[in-house]
Design a binder for this molecule. Structure first.
Ligand SMILES: [Zn+2]
Length: 239
């Protein structure tokens, strides 16, 4: 993630509308910076200077020095976005691409505090995913620590793990769920029930948009954003 993308993600997390999180600081991004400056009683110049960055870094709802997001280096070379973008197979082609269900699994480290959704006192530090998607998921989760503060992740429910690898049939069907290949992850299933749409599902709200865009930048698909159901779920397969 570039500094410019971080800037746009944070403006979005604070409820402003810089447009797509594409790293291009155009007139929408500048207008959002100005609106943010005005609301925070900062000099209104549309520039992401140090005071703006400090205010943006703070949690969108409460300010605590321990509750800040990480800022990517301003001078960091832009990651080669095209090179990190994956083209995942369509759902009907997952066996050809990933192999048999439950095969070729590995584990990734989770870069923030995460707990089992069904046993919230149990912290987890790793999750199981298919070898082909592991590094991509790892990059997205790392970005989540840059986009959201600890407190914001909790408000969104991103700290509640609802499952990754799970070899099972789809509900009410004979086909395997995408979880069977370890290519799907669920977050906070309690507040994002399968049949809930917008705005009932927590992850359908505006402040979750940077979260989904981080996945989409790596080619993953949100069923919530694509079909307005199962807002807990993201998968490395197209419809
Ligand atoms: Zn799922």
């Amino acid at each position: 993630m570039t500094f410019e993308q971080w800037l746009q993600s944070r403006l979005t997390a604070h409820g402003y509308s810089p447009g797509p999180i594409d790293g291009v600081v155009g007139k929408n991004t500048i207008a959002a910076i100005r609106a943010f400056e005005r609301a925070n009683r900062l000099p209104v110049d549309g520039k992401a200077d140090e005071t703006v960055v400090r205010a943006l870094r703070a949690s969108a709802s409460a300010v605590s020095p321990h509750d800040m997001t990480k800022i990517p280096d301003r001078d960091k070379d832009q990651d080669n976005v095209a090179a990190t973008k994956h083209k995942w197979p369509r759902q009907k082609d997952v066996t050809a691409f990933y192999g048999g269900v439950g095969k070729s699994q590995t584990r990734i480290d989770i870069p923030f505090d995460m707990y089992l959704a069904w046993d919230k006192r149990r912290r987890i530090t790793r999750m199981t995913l298919h070898e082909k998607v592991a590094s991509s998921a790892q990059r997205v989760l790392q970005q989540v620590t840059e986009i959201y503060s600890h407190k914001e992740r909790r408000e969104l429910g991103l700290h509640l793990f609802g499952g990754s690898l799970n070899v099972r049939r789809m509900r009410g069907g004979s086909r395997y769920s995408m979880h069977s290949w370890g290519i799907a992850i669920d977050f906070d299933p309690e507040r994002n029930r399968l049949k809930w749409g917008r705005p009932r599902a927590r992850l359908s709200h505006e402040d979750a948009v940077p979260f989904w865009q981080a996945w989409e930048a790596e080619g993953w698909l949100s069923l919530g954003r694509a079909r307005n159901f199962d807002h807990m779920h993201v998968q490395a397969a197209r419809l």
